[in-house]
Design a protein around this ligand. Structure first.
Ligand SMILES: *[C@@H]1O[C@H](CO)[C@@H](O)[C@H](O)[C@H]1NC(C)=O
Ligand SMILES: *[C@@H]1O[C@H](CO)[C@@H](O)[C@H](O)[C@H]1NC(C)=O
Length: 313
C-alpha cells in the first residue's frame, strides 16, 4: 500500500510537471518557426488545406453523434461562416461508445485548429450527414436497397459501422500527402494528424471486430460483411485498385498472407495504403468522379485542389 501510494504520488507530480510544460514546449509546434508568414510553399498549403474537408466532416459527425450539437455550438469560429451540416444528430449510443466518440469529436476540433494555425483554410463546406446520405452509401455498397434504410444514428453498432466510413479515408489521404510535402512544419503536422486518425480508425475497427460475426438487426448481415462491402465500394469508387479492406478478408489479403482476421488494414507489407486527393474526392462524393460532387459533399469540397476539379461544373 505504501509503495502504491508513493508511486501514485510520483505519477501525480510528473503529470503536473508535464502539464506545466505543455504550454511552453508544445503549443502550436507548427507556427513556432514563423511558418505563418512563410516558408511553406503553395503546394504544401494546398495539400494541408485539402484534409480540412474531411476534418470538418469528422468533427461534425462525432460532435453531433455524441453530444447532439456541432461546431456552431462548440467552436463557431472554426466554421468561418460555412453552412450548417444537413441531417446530423445525436446518435443512440451506449455510455462507453459515447465517451469514445466524444473524445474523437474534441480531437477533430483540435485537428481543425492545428491545420488553421498553419494555413489559412476555408469555411466549412456544406456537409450532408443525414440518414439518407448514409443509407445511400450503404445501398451502393450492397448493390441493393436495404430495408429499412440504414440509419447511422440508430445504435452504437450502426454508428460505429457508419464511422468505419470516415477516419480511414482521411488516413489514406495523409499517407498519400506526406511524400509530396516539402516544409518540415508541414510534415510534422501531417505525421501528427496521421497518427491520431490511425488511432481513431484502430479503435473503431477494434470495437467492430469484437462484433464481426454478429448480424445487424434487422438485416441479418454480419458486421464483417458491412465492412467488406463498404471497403469494396471505396475501392471501386477510388478507381486505383485495392486500398481498403474489411475486417475479415481472404487469407491472401491478411498480414503476410497468413490470416483472415484483419483488424487493421494494410498492404502486402502491412503498411498503410495511400490515396491522392482525387481518389478521396471520388470516394466521398460517392460518384467515382472528382468533378461530380455529391454524397457527403452536395456542393463539392473546398480548397484549391478540390476546386480545380469543379471549375466547369
Ligand atoms: C472568434 O472570433 C472573434 C471575432 O474575430 C474573436 O473576437 C474571438 O476571440 C474568437 N474566439 C475564439 C475562441 O477564437
Ligand atoms: C466526370 O465528370 C465530369 C463533369 O460532370 C465529366 O465531364 C467527365 O466526363 C466525368 N469523367 C468521367 C471519367 O466519367
Amino acid at each position: 500500500m505504501a509503495e502504491l501510494f508513493t508511486s501514485t504520488t510520483i505519477a501525480t507530480i510528473i503529470a503536473s510537471l508535464i502539464l506545466l510544460l505543455v504550454p511552453i514546449s508544445c503549443s502550436s509546434p507548427f507556427i513556432t518557426d514563423g511558418s505563418r508568414d512563410s516558408p511553406i510553399p503553395q503546394s504544401d498549403i494546398d495539400l494541408l488545406e485539402f484534409p480540412l474537408n474531411l476534418e470538418y466532416l469528422e468533427a461534425e459527425f462525432f460532435l453531433y453523434g455524441s453530444m447532439g450539437q456541432g461546431l456552431d455550438n462548440f467552436a463557431p469560429n472554426l466554421t468561418m461562416g460555412g453552412p450548417k451540416p444537413l441531417g446530423a444528430k445525436k446518435a443512440n449510443l451506449d455510455p462507453y461508445t459515447r465517451d469514445v466518440i466524444k473524445q474523437f469529436a474534441w480531437q477533430e476540433v483540435g485537428h481543425l485548429r492545428a491545420i488553421k494555425d498553419t494555413v489559412q483554410g476555408f469555411p466549412r463546406p456544406l456537409l450532408d450527414l443525414s440518414t439518407k446520405s448514409f443509407a445511400k452509401t450503404m445501398d451502393a455498397a450492397f448493390g441493393k436497397r436495404l430495408s429499412p434504410p440504414f440509419d447511422p444514428y440508430a445504435s452504437s453498432l450502426h454508428y460505429l459501422i457508419a464511422s468505419y466510413v470516415i477516419p480511414y479515408v482521411g488516413l489514406t489521404g495523409y499517407v498519400g500527402a506526406n511524400p509530396k510535402l516539402q516544409a518540415a512544419a508541414s510534415k510534422r503536422l501531417v505525421a501528427g494528424l496521421l497518427a491520431v486518425e490511425s488511432g481513431q480508425d484502430a479503435v473503431i475497427r477494434g470495437l467492430l471486430y469484437e462484433y464481426a460475426l454478429i448480424r445487424l438487426h434487422p438485416y441479418g448481415i454480419t458486421v464483417a460483411e458491412f465492412t467488406n462491402r463498404i471497403s469494396d465500394l471505396r475501392n471501386k469508387l477510388g478507381q486505383e485498385g485495392i486500398k481498403d479492406e474489411g475486417l475479415v478478408v481472404p487469407k491472401k489479403f491478411g498480414a503476410e498472407g497468413q490470416i483472415r482476421g484483419n483488424v487493421l488494414a494494410g498492404d502486402e507489407y502491412s503498411i498503410g495504403y495511400a490515396r491522392t486527393p482525387e481518389e478521396i474526392l471520388r470516394v466521398v462524393y460517392g460518384s467515382g468522379n472528382e468533378s461530380t460532387p455529391g454524397g457527403f459533399y452536395p456542393k463539392g469540397a473546398d480548397g484549391r485542389i478540390a476546386k480545380s476539379h469543379l471549375q466547369h461544373s
